[in-house]
Design a protein around this ligand. Structure first.
Ligand SMILES: [Zn+2]
Length: 253
C-alpha cells in the first residue's frame, strides 16, 4: 500500500529527475518557469518552484527565465498551466524567483505576458509603475524576506498614466500619483512634439520612467541596494510592447 508520504517522496524524486533532464536539455541556464515539466511539453505544468530550485538560480538565470516566458507568450507557445495543481503545490510555502513592478493597465498582465505560474513571481501593480514607500516595502519583503532574485520594473507602451502626466491631468487622488511620473516627462530628451497625443513621446517618457523607478528603488532602499551590490539580486528596467507582445529588457546600469 502506498502511503501519502511515499507518494510525496516519489513525486519529489520524479520532479528532480525531470529537472535534471530539463537542465540537460536547456544547458542548465534556462530551466524556465516551465520547471519540472519542461521535458514533457504535452503535460500541463503542475509544479511550483521549490526553495531548492529557486535558491540554486542566479539573478541572471532568473532574467533568462523571464525572457523565455515572454518568448513563449509572444510566439503563442505558452505552457499549459494546471493552476489547481500549482495552487496545491504552493499552498504550504512560496519560493518566487522574481518580483515584478508593473502598471495596472489591463493589457499588461505580468504573469501572462511572462508565462509564469502560481508561486513563481511577486507582483506589484500601480498606475505608471511608480515606486513609493509601500511599493518599496513590498519589494523589500519579496527579496530580503522571501528570497526573490530579481526586481523587474516593467513599463509599457501607450501608458495612460504616462500620457496623463504629460497632459497634466488632474483627478482626485490620481493627481498626486501622476506627480510622481512628471519628473520623467521633464527628464526625457525628445525632438518631436512633447504632448500626450504623440505616441512616440509617451513611449519615450515611459522608458525614462522605468529607469527612474529603478534608480528610486536603489536610492530609497538600502536593503535592496545592498543585496544588489552583493550580487544577490538585480533590479532591472524593462518595457512591454503592446503591439507585438515583446518585453524589452534594458541594460542594468
Ligand atoms: Zn500604464
Amino acid at each position: 500500500m502506498i502511503t501519502e508520504q511515499t507518494k510525496q517522496v516519489k513525486t519529489i524524486l520524479r520532479g528532480n529527475a525531470n529537472r535534471r533532464t530539463a537542465l540537460r536539455l536547456f544547458g542548465g541556464s534556462c530551466l524556465a518557469f516551465a520547471g519540472l515539466r519542461l521535458g514533457v511539453p504535452e503535460s500541463a505544468r503542475a509544479a511550483a518552484l521549490t526553495r531548492e530550485q529557486r535558491d540554486a538560480l542566479t539573478p541572471d538565470q532568473v532574467i533568462e527565465m523571464l525572457k523565455g516566458g515572454n518568448e513563449r507568450f509572444r510566439t503563442g507557445k505558452m505552457q499549459a498551466h494546471d493552476y489547481l495543481a500549482q495552487k496545491r503545490a504552493s499552498a504550504a510555502g512560496q519560493y518566487p524567483a522574481a518580483a515584478i513592478l508593473s502598471c495596472i493597465d489591463s493589457r499588461a498582465p505580468a504573469e501572462i505576458i511572462l508565462d509564469t505560474g502560481i508561486g513563481d513571481t511577486f507582483n506589484a501593480r500601480v498606475a505608471g509603475n511608480i515606486a513609493n514607500d509601500d511599493i518599496i516595502g513590498s519589494l523589500e519583503f519579496a527579496c530580503a524576506a522571501a528570497g526573490a532574485k530579481v526586481v523587474l520594473v516593467m513599463g509599457h507602451t501607450a501608458c495612460g498614466a504616462v500620457k496623463g502626466a504629460i497632459d497634466n491631468v488632474e483627478l482626485a487622488h490620481l493627481t498626486a500619483l501622476l506627480d510622481k511620473i512628471k519628473p520623467a516627462v521633464s527628464a526625457t530628451t525628445f525632438s518631436g512634439e512633447r504632448a500626450g497625443k504623440n505616441a512616440d513621446f509617451v513611449d519615450a517618457v515611459a522608458v525614462t520612467n522605468v529607469r527612474r523607478t529603478v534608480d528610486e528603488i536603489r536610492r530609497h532602499s538600502s536593503v535592496l541596494a545592498g543585496l544588489e551590490k552583493q550580487g544577490k539580486i538585480k533590479v532591472v528596467p524593462s518595457m512591454y510592447h503592446l503591439v507585438g507582445g515583446r518585453v524589452e529588457f534594458f541594460e542594468n546600469t
